[in-house]
Ligand binder design. Sequence first.
Ligand code: NAP
Length: 457
Amino acid sequence: MKNPVIETERLILRPLTVEDAQTAFDSWTSDPEVAKYMRYYAHKSVDTTKEWLKSVVANENSDTSFDWGFVLCESGELVGSGGLYYDDEDGMFEIGYNFAKKVWGRGLATEAARAMIDFAFTTLHQTQLRGRHNIENKASGNVMKKCGFVYERDCLDYMLEDHAERTVSMYRLSKPGTPSNFILNNGIEIPPIGFGSYRSTLNDGIAPILQALELGYRYIDTASFYKNEEDIGAALEQSGIQRSEIFLATKMWPTEMGYEETMEAFAGSCRKLRTDYIDLYLIHWPKLNPSDLQWRQKIRDTWRAMEELYEAGKCRAIGVCNFQPHHLQVILDDCKVVPMVDQLELHAGYIQQYTLDFCRAHGIVPQAWSPLGRMYFSEEPYLQKMAAQYGRPVSQLLLRFLNQSGIQIIPKSSHVDRMKENLDIFGFTINDEDMSFLSCLPQVGFSKEFPDWATRG
Ligand SMILES: NC(=O)c1ccc[n+]([C@@H]2O[C@H](COP(=O)([O-])OP(=O)(O)OC[C@H]3O[C@@H](n4cnc5c(N)ncnc54)[C@H](OP(=O)(O)O)[C@@H]3O)[C@@H](O)[C@H]2O)c1
């Protein structure tokens, strides 16, 4: 079956025909706003488009990137075009659409996008989809968000007609119930949920780590400061899970910063964790205390050591924690390797929007520590009501909120039922209205551990 007809409330999505190219040219090229985004326009002439369409229509197994093309008709009139394009590099389909300007603002793009998403998930059996929009085209971004797409990063794209550069925002959508990995700026994929291990081995030794592994956690977050690297090393060995299946992140404490010190701290962590490489090595805090005037130089020396470890293949990725833009800038000013992750205190009630925006602008994946915000919201009636509408506990609402905001999370629990609960956040989607509400709650649950104020030794 190729290009089936899909009906929505107002639209019919039917296969492309060669005649559609002529119609689109005749009626839409006079509409410059739309034409700018039009694939037909990209071909400059209707003849080129016709040739291209012929090859798509004629060849069911066409290797053209336009794999499933639809024409969007309302009451028999052609009002837009859309389709699903398979991207070999990403290994997933991307949706796209264009509408004539005269029908903008009526929610047709959302309706068409939803129909194509449904088609991709149910008929094509996809579990992941991509979307992108020109950053200047805010309306298109809103459609993505309304359809549940999660923002991933901005990147450069090229216009087909003149190869001019433009910046586009990339989005990803997972089929409900399907977790979607995060992709670091060196192409390495990490699970959307890691296991936070701070204080997790205090009472029951390695048992909670083994339980987490048994439940399916494959990303473990630790630090030299947590004094549990030996326990984690022992648990990983005892679990029998292959080292390559685990993503292991650890951190150096500010007293371990500096070139030589970093090399030594790294060797110590590897020894305790019983491994010869670390998946993600992180600087725990940008500075020792507020009166540390040498912090910039220490960050530079530390980062030089981390870049060497990375280039030698001893770390698969390197990053930072608790770095605000002014700390990150010290690295960005003269680094060879841009940090892949910034682990920050992030939760409903403390969304560091300025730092988040900075991370995204530089391709740094934001990761949330204390994603549950110490559960200060667990008794909050409005959140309880909101969570109940999704048939979920508040904890899952809080974690899913971060996930849908494009933030990787590392919740910690020493209880099996909670560990399980914290993994099970993909079977529902928080709607746009609730996402806006959760993103602008007053400050609640902030640890007050602001990196420029705290003393760490
Ligand atoms: N880079 C940094 O500076 C930094 C700072 C702090 C933390 N971290 C990392 O981030 C991880 C997570 O942060 P966190 O441990 O502070 O906070 P968290 O994961 O947001 O919350 C952990 C607390 O919430 C409870 N909890 C967990 N799941 C729950 C659920 N489903 N319902 C109700 N309560 C639940 C836990 O209790 P039970 O254990 O009793 O279940 C624990 O007291 C840490 O373990 C650590 O790996 C990093």
